[in-house]
Design a protein around this ligand. Structure first.
Ligand code: ZN
Length: 419
């Protein structure tokens, strides 16, 4: 994140490519380009934006706003401009956040051509009458929209979609924590010893136009194969976990994530889909209907630092990022192991002769046997393991070793892969 933080990302441009190049050193993503002007559903891929420098000088020649000091100073997608303006004329192009006078707001104008600068309201109030020299060394012309993609093949074609966005400039929690956690989740999936059950599609896209473009290109395939997934964002701060449910609610991904949060004994909050705000809007939209939720820490908009220069590397912590990654890994492990099982023998099997019944009766052995018997009682081929874990109120991961023993002893078997 420290490497990626200074880069002036946007929805297109060389700094998106530079960002993907850095991620590519850790995981083997492929970079793809969609030309400007491409029709994607109701939208059009915009021209590509690149910026080298931007500043405002006062009459003494002092740079009072300098893009080189913070890339949040420039309104994203500002058109090139050079000229001298009075303070009154200049103010038409200045943006501040009066209710948070110390921070620089993050503002963009992707779909209307304009130029502008953002600054702290405290600095804005210091501006004196006089002429100002403005210089924006940017280009906005046909090029392409760049995204990164990594597909990790599993045993089945059923897919889990992990989507994260890479379009914000120097902002840490929204959005850099998302690509950071997604990168290391991908690395975890790539390094797993067991062959994965699901195919994982991990995409690094610009928000909104990126997911719309991606869906426009891959809709049929995704509709056929995706069983669930996540938008990964706002995942690096030490606040409690939060989970934004899919539109349909109670889908596989909702059940898994809520179960994992509930049994991890961590503080968490569940949001309904009406609180949506990121690419899940596109994935869950009618006609697309992909069950994509979003596991976050402090949700965008809930933190006053959101979309301001205060969302810097100080608000994300290595510990929180690590915990978040662990939570995603846990959800993936549950996904991978959540099969439907059926018993192979009618009535209760004799556990003792298979060495599954403890010869010494203690409190813990009693608990394990009880879980084993309960598990057997519900392995009717209709309920998945998650349903059983919920039914008997145990964390699903506490059942994994028991399932393994029962499978090894041929007392239960997988009936059908979950869809
Ligand atoms: Zn954002």
């Amino acid at each position: 994140m420290q490497k990626l933080f200074p880069i002036c990302r946007s929805i297109t441009g060389n700094d998106v490519r530079k960002t993907l190049n850095i991620i590519q050193k850790i995981i083997p993503i492929t970079q793809k380009e969609i030309p400007s002007g491409t029709k994607v559903f109701d939208w059009t891929v915009p021209d590509e934006w690149n910026i080298k420098d931007a500043y405002i000088k006062d009459k003494k020649g002092n740079k009072i706003i300098d893009f080189k000091k913070s890339n949040l100073h420039i309104v994203g997608y500002s058109i090139p401009f050079e000229g001298k303006l009075s303070l009154k004329e200049l103010k038409e192009h200045l943006y501040t956040l009066p209710e948070q006078p110390e921070v620089i707001p993050y503002i963009t104008s992707y779909y209307r051509r304009r130029w502008g600068f953002c600054l702290a309201d405290n600095d804005y109030k210091q501006l004196k009458e006089g002429m100002y020299e403005v210089n924006i060394d940017s280009t906005l012309k046909p090029g392409s929209l760049t995204y990164g993609e990594l597909i990790i093949k599993g045993k089945t074609d059923e897919e889990i979609l992990i989507s994260t966005y890479i379009c914000h400039p120097s902002l840490a929690n929204d959005d850099l924590s998302g690509p950071a956690v997604s990168t290391y989740l991908a690395k975890y999936l790539l390094n797993r010893k067991e062959k994965l059950r699901y195919t994982y599609r991990i995409i690094f896209i610009p928000e909104t136009i990126g997911s719309i473009s991606y869906l426009s290109l891959h809709k049929n395939h995704l509709k056929k194969d995706v069983v669930g997934g996540y938008v990964v964002t706002c995942i690096g701060d030490p606040g409690p976990f939060s989970y934004l449910q899919t539109r349909q609610e109670n889908t596989l991904i909702d059940r898994i994530t809520i179960h994992a949060l509930k049994h991890s004994e961590k503080e968490y909050k569940i949001y309904n889909f009406i609180e949506k705000g990121s690419d899940e809007r596109q994935y869950n939209s009618p006609g697309i209907d992909l069950p994509i939720g979003s596991l976050m820490r402090t949700k965008y908009g809930q933190n006053p630092k959101y979309h301001t220069s205060a969302d810097d590397l100080n608000i994300v912590t290595p510990k929180a990022l690590f915990e978040s990654l662990e939570m995603y890994k846990l959800c993936v492990d549950v996904l991978e192991k959540n099969y439907k099982y059926i018993t192979t023998i009618p009535c209760e099997p004799q556990l003792g002769k298979r060495g599954l019944y403890p010869t010494l009766s203690t409190k813990t052995s009693y608990k394990t046997v009880r879980d084993m018997m309960n598990l057997l009682a519900y392995c009717d081929g209709k309920n998945d393991l998650l349903w059983i874990a919920e039914k008997i109120n145990r964390p699903i991961w506490s059942l994994f070793p028991i399932v393994e023993q029962l499978v090894d002893n041929k007392l239960i078997k997988i009936v059908k892969e979950y869809k």
